[in-house]
Design a protein around this ligand. Structure first.
Ligand SMILES: [Zn+2]
Length: 361
């Protein structure tokens, strides 16, 4: 083989590999995309208005017109932003009490993806104010307890629906009914009801909403009381620690270190995540220390708009938006890595072999 012939082929081979390298880089959006480089578009004013809209319906207590109207409104919101909307009807009847009709509402995006992430919040509000000093038997506005989680979920459905083609997962926006009527300080919200009735009913029927053979629920993230002033999340001990740490890290990465502290207060809460955890799904409850923390309007008439802070809505909204974008942006194919490693290797080896031959001569 003549020298000129070899040289000619070497040049072509190098060019071909260089092309391959550049070509494969074009597919590598992921490894080089950091959370910071995603522009975050969660709008806290939208979320704040969504709380206000819920409060305008009145007290969202099962069995009331306000409850029915709020359900219709959530379905409307999901019909705007989700690809598919489901209403999970169920009823609750305790001892000689009346029968109450309730609804869990589910909006799904990216239903063609097999991995599912559930973002959840309860949408009913408590029928009594057992922790207040007056009118304890009257219902509470539930601006934070109920309203804030729903509001953030609706705004996230807008934000993530705009980004859905880049996500490698399906997202469920799940609005759970009948969470907040259990027994506390001598009072039921609704007579003889347990806490978290809606999530237990949903998980009982969960296989009606996905195909457990071909789809897999990756995680359940619960937002509860996320919009109050002085937002500081706890380490909720029934929650999956890996999931908890990932979300806290994401929040701190965005500069929200006081809301997601390095050493959070530990609390243990019976909340809607328990049913999902018991079903075998890693679950986390993003919740404040509502017993001894800074925000002390839990189950009182002061759980109203005066004690909501838009900045808190921004902190949780952006953190979840960023978390979803950093952890679920389309996965880079394995063959891509092989091509990069292979072509980079060749690009180093060819000049070395060439140099070696020159020196040997
Ligand atoms: Zn509550």
């Amino acid at each position: 083989m003549g020298n000129a012939y070899l040289k000619y082929h070497k040049t072509h081979l190098t060019l071909a590999l260089l092309f391959l390298f550049v070509f494969s880089l074009a597919f590598t959006q992921n490894p080089f995309v950091s959370a910071k480089s995603h522009s975050l578009i969660f709008n806290e004013s939208n979320a704040y208005n969504h709380i206000s809209s819920q409060l305008d319906f009145g007290f969202r207590v099962p069995g009331t017109t306000a409850h029915n109207n709020c359900a219709d409104w959530i379905v409307d919101q999901m019909q705007t932003y989700a690809d598919e909307v489901f209403v999970h009807d169920f009823s609750i009847q305790k001892e000689s009490q009346p029968n109450y009709y309730c609804q869990n509402i589910l909006g799904k995006i990216n239903t063609n993806k097999t991995k599912i992430v559930i973002l959840g919040a309860h949408w009913d509000s408590r029928n009594v104010a057992e922790k207040d000093t007056y009118n304890q038997s009257q219902p509470i506005p539930g601006a934070n307890d109920g309203g804030s989680g729903v509001a953030v979920l609706i705004e996230l459905s807008r934000v993530l629906s705009l980004y859905k083609d880049n996500l490698d997962c399906q997202i469920w926006f799940l609005f759970l009914d009948a969470e907040d009527q259990g027994y506390s300080l001598g009072m039921y919200g609704l007579e003889f009801w347990d806490w978290c009735e809606g999530s237990m009913k949903f998980v009982d029927d969960i296989e009606e909403f996905y195909d457990s053979k071909s789809e897999k629920i990756n995680s359940f993230i619960l937002l509860d009381m996320v919009g109050g002033t002085d937002l500081i999340f706890t380490r909720e001990t029934n929650s999956d620690l890996i999931l908890h740490n990932r979300i806290f890290r994401e929040g701190r990465k965005l500069g929200y270190s006081s809301a997601f502290p390095l050493n959070p207060t530990e609390i243990s809460v019976i909340d809607d995540h328990i049913a999902f955890k018991d079903y075998g799904i890693p679950a986390v409850d993003l919740i404040i220390d509502f017993m001894n923390g800074e925000w002390n309007y839990h189950h009182t008439h002061s759980d109203n708009l005066d004690n909501i802070d838009s900045e808190s809505l921004k902190i949780i909204g952006q953190t979840i938006e960023s978390y979803m974008k950093s952890h679920y942006t389309g996965s880079f194919p394995l063959w891509g890595y092989f091509i990069i490693i292979f072509s980079s290797g060749i690009l180093v080896i060819i000049p070395l072999v060439y140099l070696y031959k020159r020196i040997k001569k």
